[in-house]
Structure formats: structure tokens, C-alpha cells
Write a protein that binds this ligand. Structure first.
Ligand code: BGC
Length: 413
């Protein structure tokens, strides 16, 4: 049995070499519209007022002149009518098609966890509501792909980049490339370390880890004097995994020091892999390890943990945590096989990120709740609060917010 915590704080992954950059040689000023001359057409000179005509005598010269006058007036009135109609249904003009729009480039690590599609969709909706656009590229958990995709977005001259890094350090050199091209960069949900990133928008991940640990430990029967605790971490290349771990330890360390809890397993799971979480718990149990509580970093890893517990008929007997309030996790909470998840209202985060992107594009200082050190600087940050979700508050949290439906969670309205 592994009785020593294996406290990894390094990513163990080399910082990726910067590839040949495709930064455009003509940097675009942030938020600058594509300007073309205003070619609003000038209205034609209004026609003369219609003269009042007295009834002409047929066959007279005066009659001929009057007919001519009426024809001319009618032509003028027709011109006026044409102009009126033209104004009512204008053809797209050069001026209308060049309305300044902010173009946001979104670089996602992955769509594996259910949340990221929501992040993308909410950001796109918010941007569209403001006449802006979002171009999304997904790196499929590969650093080289993500770097190339960010360079692609820079070459497309987006106005602002929003990045969810696969590796907190690997993408750092692309920030300098973006800045050279006049593009501001937002680290979304996950911090980008050792870089000049402009701002960071996320949830307080240390609090996520605290909520996970507190609620799992609360669920351990009082009859267990010194619970054996397994820590199933997230991806070591994701700064959030380190913050979540730090939050777990804030709760656990005093108990361990006081001899009131024992950490029997402590490892990260590359790419937040449910399969790695599963394999780790399975192996621990297979070698006869005893466990009383499992603090899993997110709902994905929790799914692997519960699968391993199920195979040993232990599901529902050992408290398990997660985060993201994914539907399958909340269903597990209802079924009693997971104890807690941590709800992070994605729409608030996505809206905030887009609002910050629009502010940055206008050259404004974005709103913030403080700063976070990324190893190179104090990064202006906007951190939102997460909420612990247990069986007794599902309705008043995720369902009340419309994040999940009662029908999906409980199978009824
Ligand atoms: C996010 C979690 C997510 C995990 C895996 C973390 O950075 O904060 O919400 O479950 O990545 O994608």
C-alpha cells in the first residue's frame, strides 16, 4: 500500500519549442474596423412642386404646352418616388458592410468534458448579441496543434484571443506572438503561466478543491476514526489541477497533521483522464488497499473512480467528489454513488470573457476582481465563485439556474 502522498507540483512536460511564426507583418490595431470610404449616396435634387393647371381647351397651342408640362412634372414626381423607394429598401452599401465588428479567436484544449461545448456556445451567443464573432479551434489535447491553431488565429488577424491552454506553459510563447500582432489575450478558465497574458477569467479553483474535500470528508461515517483518503488529481499540465489540489490540501493537511486522516494515494491524472482515474483506483483496491474517501478532481475522473468502485461493489459506500455538475455526475449524486460535485455557472464565465474581450478590443481596462501571479506577472483576473452541489440542493442550484433540467436529472418534471 502506498502510504506516502506523491505530491507532484511540476508538470513534468517540457515547454514546447516555438514553431516558425506566421505573424502577419502588418499588425492590426486592436479593435480597428476594416475602414472603407463612406459612400452614402446623395439624394437627387427634389422635383419642383406640382403646378395647379386649369382645364385646357382641346386643339389649342396652350393645350399642347400644358400636356408637355404635365409629362415633365410626372417624370419629376416619378424620380421622387424612385428615390423614396430607394431609401426604404436600401441596397447594401459599402458603409453598411464595413460596420466595425470585433473578431474573437477561441482556442480550446478539448471538447471531451461536456462543459467545453457549453463554454463555446455561450461565448458565441454573447459575441453575436454584441455584433461580434467567435472563431473556435480545438486542439484535441495536443500542444503542437494548439500552438499552430493559435498562430493560425493570429494570422487571421482576430482582435482578441481567448485561450484555454492544454498545457499552462507550452502556449506561453504564443502570447508574445499575439502581442506583436496587436492582439490581446485572455486566459479562459485555465491560467497561462510565465507569460504576459493580458487577463484571466475563471472560477476560484482553490475553493473548488476545498468544497470537494470538505464534503467528501463530511460524508465519512463518524465511526471511522482515521479515514484513508485517496486524492485523484486532474491533469498536471493544467494549473487548475494544481489549484484544486492545493484547496484539497488546505482542508486535509491539518487533519493529517493532527492524525485525524491519512492520505493513502495522491496522483494526478494526465489530461483529466477518467480511464487513468479508474486504473489507479482499481489497482489500489486490487492490491488490498483500504479506502474511506476519494477526492476526485472533476466529474470525469469521478466517473472512472465510481466505475472501479462498482466493480468491487463499493459504489455508494465510499464518498466521492467531482466538479462541473455534469449531468451524469448529478445523476450519480441522485443514485448515491457520488457525494458532491462543484457547480460552475459556465454562462456567467463565458459572458464575462466576451465582455472583457470587447473591452480589450476597445482599448479599455477590463473589469477585474483582483490579480493572480502567473510566475511572470500579476495578471488582472476576474474570478467567479463556485457552489457545492449535494443531493439536498440540486433543485436550488443547477436546476433553478436552468443548467440542468429536472427531467434530465430525476427523469421527471
Ligand atoms: C476545468 C474543469 C474541467 C477540467 C477538464 C479544468 O481546467 O476547470 O472544469 O473539468 O479542466 O477539462
Amino acid at each position: 500500500m502506498n502510504t506516502e502522498p506523491n505530491d507532484q507540483t511540476e508538470t513534468g512536460q517540457p515547454v514546447t519549442e516555438l514553431r516558425n511564426s506566421s505573424v502577419p507583418s502588418q499588425p492590426q490595431p486592436v479593435g480597428a474596423p476594416d475602414v472603407t470610404p463612406d459612400v452614402t449616396p446623395q439624394p437627387p435634387t427634389p422635383p419642383p412642386a406640382t403646378p395647379t393647371v386649369s382645364e385646357p381647351k382641346k386643339g389649342s397651342k396652350k393645350w399642347l404646352l400644358l400636356v408637355l408640362a404635365i409629362v415633365l412634372v410626372a417624370a419629376g414626381a416619378g424620380g421622387a418616388l424612385w428615390w423614396h423607394g430607394h431609401k426604404a429598401t436600401p441596397k447594401p452599401t459599402a458603409a453598411a458592410s464595413t460596420t466595425p465588428t470585433v473578431r474573437i479567436g477561441l482556442s480550446l484544449d478539448t471538447l471531451k468534458e461536456l462543459r467545453w461545448a457549453k463554454d463555446r456556445d455561450f461565448m458565441t451567443q454573447r459575441a453575436q448579441a454584441h455584433g461580434a464573432s467567435v472563431t473556435t479551434l480545438v486542439a484535441e489535447s495536443d500542444d503542437q496543434t494548439q500552438i499552430a491553431q493559435i498562430e493560425n488565429l493570429i494570422a487571421q488577424k482576430v482582435d482578441v484571443l481567448i485561450i484555454v491552454p492544454h498545457d499552462a506553459k507550452a502556449v506561453a510563447p504564443t502570447i508574445a506572438e499575439a502581442h506583436k500582432a496587436g492582439i490581446k489575450v485572455i486566459a479562459y478558465d485555465r491560467l497561462i503561466l510565465n507569460s504576459d497574458v493580458d487577463t484571466y477569467v475563471s472560477f476560484d479553483s482553490t475553493t473548488v478543491g476545498k468544497y470537494e474535500a470538505e464534503n467528501v470528508l463530511n460524508a465519512v461515517p463518524k465511526s471511522v476514526a482515521v479515514p484513508n483518503v485517496m486524492l485523484i488529481g486532474g491533469s498536471p499540465s493544467d494549473n487548475n489541477a494544481l489549484l484544486v489540489h492545493a484547496g484539497m490540501m488546505d482542508v486535509l493537511q491539518p487533519l493529517v497533521t493532527a492524525g485525524k486522516a491519512k492520505i493513502v494515494f495522491d496522483q494526478y491524472s494526465a489530461d483529466w483522464s477518467p480511464d487513468i482515474a479508474y486504473a489507479n483506483v482499481k489497482q489500489y483496491l486490487a492490491t488490498g488497499g483500504k479506502v474511506d474517501a476519494i477526492i476526485a478532481a472533476n466529474d470525469g475522473t469521478a466517473s472512472g473512480v465510481v466505475r472501479a468502485l462498482q466493480e468491487k461493489s463499493l459504489a455508494g459506500k465510499i464518498p466521492v467528489s467531482g466538479q462541473d455538475a455534469e449531468l451524469p455526475a448529478v445523476q450519480r449524486i441522485v443514485a448515491g454513488t457520488q457525494t458532491v460535485t462543484v457547480y460552475k455557472p459556465i454562462q456567467l464565465l463565458a459572458n464575462q470573457a466576451v465582455d472583457i474581450a470587447l473591452a480589450l478590443a476597445k482599448g479599455q481596462t477590463p473589469p477585474s476582481t483582483g490579480t493572480v501571479n502567473n510566475g511572470q506577472k500579476e495578471v488582472l483576473s476576474y474570478l467567479l465563485k463556485p457552489t457545492a452541489v449535494l443531493a439536498n440542493n440540486i433543485k436550488s442550484t443547477v436546476i433553478k439556474d436552468g443548467f440542468l433540467s429536472s427531467k434530465d436529472v430525476y427523469g421527471t418534471h
